[in-house]
Design a protein around this ligand. Sequence first.
Ligand SMILES: [Zn+2]
Ligand SMILES: [Zn+2]
Length: 363
Amino acid sequence: MSTPADLPTTMNAVICHGPENYELQQIPVPTAGPGEALVRVEAVGICASDLKCYHGAAKFWGDANRPAWAETEVIPGHEFVGTVVQLDDVAAERWGIAVGDRVVSEQIVPCWKCRYCLRGQYWMCAPHDMFGFKRRTPGAMAEYMVYSADALVHKVSADLPPAHAAFAEPLACSLHAVERAGITFEDVVVVAGCGPIGLGMVAGAKAKNPALVVALDVAEDKLALALECGADLAINVAKEDVVARIKELTDGYGADVYIEGTGHPSAVSQGLNVLRKLGTYVEYSVFGSDVTVDWSIISDDKELNVLGAHLGPYCWPAAIRMIESGVLPMDKICTHQLPLAEFQKGLDLVASGKESVKVSLIP
Ligand SMILES: [Zn+2]
Ligand SMILES: [Zn+2]
């Protein structure tokens, strides 16, 4: 494998040294090993999970119930797009890509050896190496990154703005949550939260063509955006009694499906109360703390189906098609693009959550 003549030897990268200890540093440009691809990063989105990792949430750094999963001395960033600058024949053949192609990679890099991987359930891979969280898989908050040989790589149209193309990751996640819900034509579907994940859930739910898609949030501008993403109705939960309103819409029964994407504990009990008996609850959020609910609603009262959802397996081609098709108001979803050096400002924008929807860094 030859090295392109214009490839620099060092690059800027954000390094996570631990919670609230991220730094922009000059480090060597990585080299692609056999079967790997070296990619020039064009855009990397900042996810709510990046923020939770930054703040030291137990899901990443461990607690009494789980070991630490995230590692230090890692470049963050798992929602990204880039251009291939170098790859060998093995990588080119495996992924059907060439130098100059624009490509995304799924955020998880499966081991392909564990029980889950062998059954095609690669998104639950036991070692669970994800770009941006593990030393084996450095992420995209850098000028260059390597797509590992075990990665799942997809081509994206070169016509899209970089931040839009990088939205394939969160959108694939949203679509997986929608798939988990098993929506049918007569369903009233309620999506809680109109952040990047919730908006994708709204669009995905609408694509399943149910009777009604209802979006919930507390911010009027995000509710307006949800309507543009396909919601039939947007309800401000700070101003209206959601349970009463949904009951009114469903002859007193309640919603068939509730998909939770806010990460707020109050949205969990809200969902249990909004659902009809035998309804389906899908949880996608990563919570900063434990959530307490009355479990007898799930059992005795309603016999609910409560389902989890994680990552976006088998939903990447659909997510990419959806972005390329132009059905989503991508200019309004991708609100902020900042240079890599302003990563802290980016994290702060995501933290405040008010003026931004999707914040991206452009290395
Ligand atoms: Zn993400
Ligand atoms: Zn595995």
